[in-house]
Design a binder for this molecule. Sequence first.
Ligand code: FAD
Ligand code: NAI
Length: 468
Amino acid sequence: MSDSSYQVAVIGSGPGGYVAAIRCAQLGFKTALIEKYSTLGGTCLNVGCIPSKALLDSSEHFFNAQHSFSEHGIEISAPKANIDQMIKRKAGVVKSNVDGIAYLMKKNKIEVLHGVGSFLDRNTIEVKSEDGKIQNIKAEKIIIATGSKPTALPFAPFDKKRIISSTEALELKEIPKHLIVIGGGVIGMELGSVYARIGSKVSVVEFMDNIIPTMDLSMGKELMKSTKKLGIEFYLGHKVTALTNAGSQVKLTAEDKAGKKLVLEGDYALVCIGRRPYTEGLGLNKIGVETVKGQIPVNEHLQTSVDNIYAIGDVVRGAMLAHKAEEEGVFVAEKIAGQKPHIHYNLIPGVVYTWPEVASVGQTEEQLKASGAPYKSGSFPYKALGRARASMDLDGMVKVLADKNTDEILGVHIVGARAADMIAAAVVAMEYRASAEDISRMSHAHPTYMEAFKEACLAATGNRALHM
Ligand code: FAD
Ligand code: NAI
């Protein structure tokens, strides 16, 4: 095999691509990873999961210093939010993570090529670096992991100054006086929370009648109650009809279902109405890889319409989540190695890192109703937990949905402190097809938030919650 020939080449170094490359290398394949940017890690590490969580953590510290320290008996003079320092710390967190990926590539002897990858034929990729240098490489199998980009409103493209996406919202040089958030989904609620906590007025304009509308509806209702306490105002059921940048201000016009007009003026509009798969410049039609509105259709082996070319992560169907992309990266590497991997897509958890956090796995109550499946439900509120009283994190609840006949857990939906970590226990339970009674008979340490999971399971098994 020549220097520029590989058994596997991966295009895109996000959580899908870099994990696929590591697993391929572990399985003994000579592997190349192609990334157009100078740093590895893709959306997730550079402008997604990691920087957003860094700002969520900083803003949460600030909010607590302002609002709950005194109650805890900690006296400090009024804290001030220093956005420059928050952004600087976030950049440091990102750097240490992306450097970590570069280290992992070296450790696994993966060849990293920086440049835009595009297909010349089904086994040849041209890699064009920023300085115009071109290198052609050959690979037996190719994995496309080129991710996604933010969707703009059709009538208001991102100007990246006042009409911004999450990428710019992670880099602001000032605290907005009034941040208008268009889309009350995951990004809207996470980044809306960041700025509301450090003093911005935040208005969320959402098309649907609920925020985070793809999750169990009870989650959005609870999260809205909690985030209203941060001062976030909500305009649900509103269709945005115009958005303009008038220099230092943006102006939004929307209307509700009855046609009533809403006009909002703010200094920034964060447009977060979903993301679209990114396949531009790959030259896919040249080699016969089918796309549908940018998304690459794949079969159950994650193969595209050209059988030596696979696609994973945000560029294919399914949840646009880092851990889903990672699972698919491992899956494809193992498929190529002739193994029999499996992904249980219904058990990929979803988390919103607000405070309280929201975390879900399995089916929502709305999905169970729509399918006509017989189910029962048990809930337990955080305010009845000793642990939650101790920490003053009283907002939230755990809701367990179980099969009415067999008692198998079908869905777990948590809004509350530490929900993001708690959901892992629900995933384990559901992977092993536990019943609500199984969980309710297992010892849960006291005092912990996890007791709410046990209590919700007790409630689902027949109104047996002990502390309610
Ligand atoms: P990406 O991470 O998008 O990586 C694709 C890579 O391919 C990029 O580096 C791109 O430069 C490169 N590329 C594209 N075209 C080419 C080409 N032709 N040649 C070479 N390289 C190319 N998910 C979670 O699970 N948890 C979270 O907390 C979370 N938070 C998020 C917060 C924000 C603000 C955003 C925007 C997203 C968040 N996500 C989160 C979603 C998560 O980032 C994505 O689901 C994940 O990054 C998808 O991984 P991927 O590997 O498919 O693609
Ligand atoms: P999203 O799909 O979560 O939310 C978009 C929201 O915008 C929805 O509520 C939708 O009803 C609304 N909407 C759509 N068009 C609209 C319009 N014209 N006017 C008003 N509202 C409109 O998408 P979001 O927040 O942009 O995030 C993109 C993806 O990134 C998410 O789907 C998720 O997969 C990923 N992500 C994951 C995170 C996590 O796991 N914690 C954090 C951030 C992003």
